[in-house]
Write a protein that binds this ligand. Structure first.
Ligand SMILES: Nc1ncnc2c1ncn2[C@@H]1O[C@H](COP(=O)(O)OP(=O)(O)O)[C@@H](O)[C@H]1O
Ligand SMILES: [Mg+2]
Length: 313
């Protein structure tokens, strides 16, 4: 039995090369597919996800590595894959949740997970009102931003208003959040199934964002049981078999909040602090899940064929 895997990627980087290299050690065939070369086709034969002349629904595993607005284009892909019995690491609704920072916070809040107070606004006036009730400083986020880009901090109204005016001019929806007082650090937890791999990210000088792409550095970190539980639950609620969870620690002892769940966390460069071959662990997991899905789909097909035959007899 040959097991085929496609990796759909939004932006070419070291990250997806690391995934490709590792995938080749587990799957019999691995194909890299740039997101912008995909064609989703509905016709009389059904639904296909075409890349050049290849139909990705003929693959066994499709791994999605997408960001921001690409998630909106890819929103329907998990459902198509599910219908066709193809394994993917995200649930049917996951990209819809992950493409909107406000919706994601709402989904986690509904699941009783600790999240910062957040509002969603359209106009400058409403955003100013929301900021007053959250108390300054406040964090402003473009709902589909990533890599720290699109996250800003306003210490007072005179900082906030010009930011909001500018974002409104560029027709960006705004997510406003209470600022969790912290020294520019957060904890990144990579989730693979039920396993957690954590490290601390320390932002650059005078920088409140701890993203590595904004100059942050990684440090080893020992995860508490409570944080581990919350992170695994957040991944389940958002429907990810693989994701990265940002945790911001508050001032009170033991206080912490989920900043966001990342659909496509970076893994290249994390081995040093995690001290585990993370890309291999991920691919091994994806391979096992793919085999499981294949067996289930086969069983389902056999059962359906048997039922059909019985009803015809
Ligand atoms: N509510 C907040 N309070 C304090 N710091 C925050 C808050 N939200 C985000 N940050 C900081 O900004 C960084 C980027 O925010 P995040 O929402 O994760 O956006 P991105 O998707 O761009 O990574 C976080 O890693 C964290 O360091
Ligand atoms: Mg983040």
């Amino acid at each position: 039995m040959r097991i085929k895997c496609a990796i759909i990627y939004g932006e070419e980087s070291d990250q997806h090369h690391v995934l490709m290299d590792s995938a080749k050690d587990y799957f019999d065939k691995v194909l890299a597919v740039p997101m912008d070369s995909l064609r989703v086709v509905y016709n009389e034969e059904g639904i296909k996800i075409m890349y050049k002349t290849t139909d990705l629904t003929d693959f066994d595993c499709v791994f999605l590595r997408v960001f921001g607005n690409e998630m909106l284009f890819g929103e329907n892909i998990p459902e198509i894959l599910e219908t066709e019995g193809v394994y993917t690491q995200v649930d049917v609704d996951s990209l819809t949740i992950a493409s909107n920072k406000f919706y994601m916070i709402k989904v986690m809040e509904d699941g009783d997970l600790p999240v910062p107070k957040t509002s969603y606004t359209l106009s400058t006036t409403e955003t100013e009102r929301a900021a007053e009730s959250l108390n300054y400083p406040v964090i402003i986020k473009i709902i589909s931003g990533y890599g720290g880009k699109g996250v800003m901090k306003a210490n007072q109204k005179s900082d906030l208003t010009p930011i909001i005016d500018t974002l409104t001019l560029f027709e960006q929806d705004i997510c406003l959040q209470e600022y969790i007082e912290n020294p520019g650090e957060d904890i990144r937890i990579i989730i693979i199934g039920d396993q957690t791999y954590a490290y601390k990210r320390i932002g650059g000088r005078e920088e409140f964002r701890s993203n590595i792409s904004a100059g942050g550095k990684r440090e080893p970190y020992e995860l508490s049981e409570e944080m581990e539980e919350v992170a695994v639950k957040a991944a389940k609620i958002c429907g990810f078999d693989f994701c990265g969870i940002d945790i911001i620690e508050g001032q009170e002892n033991g206080d912490f909040f989920i900043g966001e769940v990342n659909a496509s966390p970076g893994i290249a460069g994390t081995e040093e602090v995690i001290e585990e071959p993370i890309a291999d662990l991920l691919m091994e997991y994806l391979y096992e899940q793919t085999l499981k899905k294949k067996t289930e789909t086969k069983k389902r097909f056999k059962k359906e064929t048997k039922e059909k035959k019985e009803s015809e007899d």
